[in-house]
Design a protein around this ligand. Structure first.
Ligand code: DC
Length: 238
């Protein structure tokens, strides 16, 4: 049963972790859930992208771990929550939303995300945001590392052709002149680094609910996820 907002507000809140491959619609589902539940949506990938943008602005070679760690000292990251209850990443005092979405940042972000010092810094920020619950966060390690106690963990996947097409259309809509092939290669490259890296690789534990949305509409995936969420809410509030 879908609960109304007033009922939910009087209840204990939960954290919802959504992990999965690049461009499988994690953000779309996370935003829809946050809106429905009146929770805060946090895109953890945007934080890794913002750190990557900083490295690029500073001319840091992202393959040079020591140089990245040095430049990390100069990074101040925060989240501002807009009227839609969505977060915008603020890098050193300035919003960077459009800059972090391009293919240039995407081509380097997985390298930066491999570095333990980067992960430690961002995980600490993410855990602080989730302390009071009521957060839907998407990423690669949210249910395994950031919120291992999250009441709902969803692992999203979709076949790679569907994902490449979705990402391609997004980039084209944003005015990026890219080819579908370039987008597909970038996705595959990022997936393989994300899954094989030493620290906090993308993985799923047995407590994840698996959601393959290759053939699902946005409405249907929301309906499925809400069922899992309502089961968890019923159990923490019973
Ligand atoms: O979700 P996204 O595609 O915007 O994420 C960009 C990159 O950041 C992704 O290739 C891997 C990394 N990332 C991560 O390592 N851990 C997270 N929790 C989120 C993203």
């Amino acid at each position: 049963m879908v609960q109304d907002k007033a009922t939910r507000r009087s209840q204990h809140k939960i954290n919802i972790a959504i992990d999965g491959y690049s461009s499988c619609g994690k953000g779309t589902l996370a935003k829809a859930l946050a809106k429905h539940l009146d929770y805060i949506f946090i895109d953890s990938g945007a934080m890794y992208r913002a750190v990557t943008l900083h490295m690029m602005r500073m001319g840091v070679d992202v393959l040079n771990e020591t140089a990245v760690m040095d430049a990390l000292q100069g990074v101040t990251l925060s989240c501002s929550i807009n009227k839609q209850k969505q977060t915008e990443i603020i890098l050193n005092g300035k919003g960077v939303e459009s800059e972090i979405r391009g293919l240039l940042v995407a081509s380097k972000v997985s390298e930066v995300s491999k570095i333990l010092a980067v992960r430690n810094k961002l995980v600490a920020i993410q855990q602080e945001i989730g302390m009071n619950k009521g957060v839907v966060m998407d990423g690669r390690d949210i249910g395994t590392v950031v919120f291992p106690q999250a009441e709902v963990k969803i692992f999203m996947t979709a076949n790679s052709a569907v994902r490449a097409n979705r990402r391609f259309e997004e980039l084209i809509a944003n005015g990026d002149a890219v080819s579908l092939e370039t987008v597909r290669k970038n996705l595959e490259h990022r997936d393989s680094i994300d899954e094989s890296r030493e620290h906090s690789p993308l993985s799923r534990t047995s407590d994840y609910c698996i959601l393959d949305n290759s053939d699902l509409s946005k409405e249907k995936q929301l309906e499925i996820a809400l069922k899992w969420v309502n089961d968890a809410l019923n159990s923490v509030n019973s």
